[in-house]
Write a protein that binds this ligand. Structure first.
Ligand SMILES: *[C@@H]1O[C@H](CO)[C@@H](O)[C@H](O)[C@H]1NC(C)=O
Ligand SMILES: *[C@@H]1O[C@H](CO)[C@@H](O)[C@H](O)[C@H]1NC(C)=O
Ligand SMILES: *[C@@H]1O[C@H](CO)[C@@H](O)[C@H](O)[C@H]1NC(C)=O
Ligand SMILES: *[C@@H]1O[C@H](CO)[C@@H](O)[C@H](O)[C@H]1NC(C)=O
Length: 564
């Protein structure tokens, strides 16, 4: 296997480069996509222990990764900073350990942060100002909203939620507010922040969640939410979906159920992504849902000790079509509790999880350690590719998220009530790995762009530019630029329980690509057209040259309305 290449520190410059009379480079003909199959990806251990099991994971602007677990399991494996109050240990046994850690990706150094209440099985969304909103949890934390930024740590907003939120899903809306929907025995939604003028209307009944819940097994928790380009919301629960408008400006639309009747939401946890939005069809969106567990699988595992095979299908639909229909495909292997991670190339990585049983303590079997790549644009039948296996099972309570360098961070796995390291089939995992997708093949480094300058902030539809270099282009640059140049804006996800909330890839329209110097180029790009296509906030802008992505620059999508 090729040696992993050292990561170049990424550069973030807060200026839009003036296009100083650069030569025109005609958009070069498309080069064949690099033969990814020759490099099946690679696993790297970033930390043998981060001290907590990464049940929840969020990449933050500035290249930090927040990971946290729960506060009522007893001591974690990382101490709080010396001056932090041990009393912060919330509702479990008192301890002086941390249950949330922040990883600085540039230095690989971990920083523990105290948590005052319990965020177990909660939800989150990055706000337009880069602060993480995290909502709910268990017991003393179930009505709490919390804000997190590296500078402030956790700031608790007690009783900020109108209902208990445990296993709910958060989604950022075009206006920058956050929709908080569902949770155990919560067939309703609310907004963060609430309408100050109408606190009585804080909760809205959402019958679809009542309709889709199963006796004993639920199978509709952590519903999959995707913001569609027209500002409506796609909601998938159990084996079906609706499209609704949280502000009631459009009628609810029911989509057909996925053929086969397999539940896909907790505890029959599959996963889902909104496939990349393209600039040539800004109103068109497609959703992919993969894996899950057959109806009744949870009850059989819990009551009967029978771990039934997981589901092997993915189902794809264009909810924006006039007459949407699901197309069903088969993965190379069955999977429950898989995480789906959108890559800057527009492909989808399906990673983690098991081939039998369901989510829930002790209920998963047969770890699936091979990630699978899904290429949405490839021909039917040629879309999946199984990649290099990890040595570490990632079962219930594991997570995965794309990072600034284009790696996929993988952590967690704790299928037990507490931390258990010995004498169990799947010990609690405190390690953090990075999976290097096929595009990180060192043999592609000559084609790999490096972002030199990108705007710090853009407005909707604004013309902008990204300057990058391609190190392999030492001579005859213009010819060497052969290969398409794409720019992808990726919204970082709040990953937990096999779903990446708010995960989104918006491909930007690329205009002229000018050569400024040997191996140095500047691409004209248009910012996303509307907040339905790309809600306000921080995105990772990756330049993708000949199918090989750069490291990303953080670019903020400025909210509409008065400058903030
Ligand atoms: C975590 O701490 C426990 C208790 O001190 C110890 O037994 C275990 O080996 C530690 N595990 C790791 C992965 O550090
Ligand atoms: C970000 O926005 C939230 C919600 O409006 C606000 O409470 C918080 O103080 C803001 N954070 C910063 C750093 O401005
Ligand atoms: C439940 O378990 C018993 C054995 O313990 C087995 O005979 C039976 O087939 C199982 N039921 C189902 C539906 O799998
Ligand atoms: C290991 O687990 C088995 C089965 O749960 C139990 O009987 C045994 O006592 C455990 N051993 C230790 C050393 O904890």
């Amino acid at each position: 296997m090729p040696k992993p290449r050292p990561f170049l520190p990424h550069i973030l410059l807060s200026l839009i480069i003036a296009n100083a009379g650069a030569d025109d480079v005609p958009l070069p003909p498309q080069e064949p996509t690099p033969a990814a199959a020759s490099f099946p990806g690679e696993w790297q251990l970033l930390h043998a222990s981060i001290g907590v099991s990464a049940m929840h994971m969020q990449l933050l602007p500035g290249d930090f990764v927040l990971m946290f677990d729960r506060t009522d399991t007893g001591p974690s494996n990382i101490s709080l900073p010396a001056l932090a109050p041990c009393a912060a240990a919330a509702d479990g046994p008192a301890d002086c350990t941390a249950h949330s850690v922040l990883l600085d990706l540039r230095s690989n150094v971990l920083h523990p942060y105290p948590l005052a209440t319990n965020p177990w099985c909660s939800s989150g969304a990055l706000l337009p100002n880069g602060t993480l909103l995290q909502t709910g949890g268990f017991s003393n934390g179930d009505r709490v909203a919390r804000l997190f930024s590296p500078a402030t740590g956790w700031v608790e907003l007690p009783s900020a939620l109108a209902a208990r939120r445990w296993y709910a899903t958060d989604m950022i809306l075009p206006d920058g507010r956050v929709l908080v929907l569902g949770g155990r025995r919560q067939f309703n939604f609310e907004f963060f922040p609430h309408d100050a003028a109408a606190p009585a209307a804080a909760l809205t009944f959402f019958p679809f969640l009542d309709e889709t819940t199963e006796l004993d097994t639920e199978d509709n928790l952590y519903p999959f939410l995707h913001l569609l380009p027209d500002g409506t919301v796609f909601v998938f629960a159990n084996d079906r979906a609706v499209v609704f408008d949280p502000y009631n400006r459009a009628p609810l639309r029911r989509l057909p159920a996925v053929p086969g009747g397999v539940p896909r939401n907790y505890p029959s946890s599959g996963s889902s992504v909104l496939l990349p939005l393209r600039p040539d069809a800004p109103a068109h969106a497609e959703v992919l849902v993969c894996g899950g567990a057959p109806r009744g699988a949870y009850r059989l595992a819990l009551r009967n000790g029978t771990f039934v095979p997981a589901d092997r299908t993915c189902a794809r639909i264009a909810p924006t079509d006039m007459d949407p229909a699901w197309a069903v495909e088969e993965m190379p292997m069955a999977r429950v509790m898989g995480d789906m991670v959108l890559l800057p190339t527009g492909d989808v990585l399906i990673v983690n999880g098991a081939a039998a049983g369901t989510a829930g303590w002790e209920l998963g079997r047969e770890p699936v350690t091979r990630p699978v790549l899904y290429r949405p644009d490839a021909q039917l039948g040629a879309r999946f590719e199984a990649l290099a296996p990890s040595a570490t099972p990632r079962m219930y309570h594991s997570s995965a998220a794309l990072d600034t360098y284009g790696r996929v961070l993988v952590g967690g796995s704790n299928p037990h009530v507490g931390y258990v390291f010995t004498n169990v089939t799947y010990p609690t995992e405190l390690s953090l790995e990075a999976f290097l997708p096929p595009y990180m093949d060192a043999r592609l480094d000559g084609a790999r762009p490096r972002v030199m300058a990108a705007p710090a902030e853009v407005g909707y539809g604004e013309a902008s530019a990204v300057r990058f270099e391609v190190p392999g282009h030492v001579a005859g640059g213009a010819e060497a630029a052969a290969g398409e140049v794409r720019v992808a804006a990726v919204a970082p996800a709040f990953a937990t329980h096999s779903f990446g909330m708010n995960q989104r890839v918006v491909e930007l329209a690329v205009g002229r690509v000018a050569q400024l110097d040997v191996g140095v180029y500047e691409a004209e790009v248009a910012a996303p057209p509307t907040p339905g296509v790309a809600p306000p906030g921080y995105y990772l802008w990756f330049v993708v040259h000949a199918g090989v992505p750069s490291s990303a620059a953080w670019v903020r999508m400025r909210p509409l309305g008065p400058a903030t």
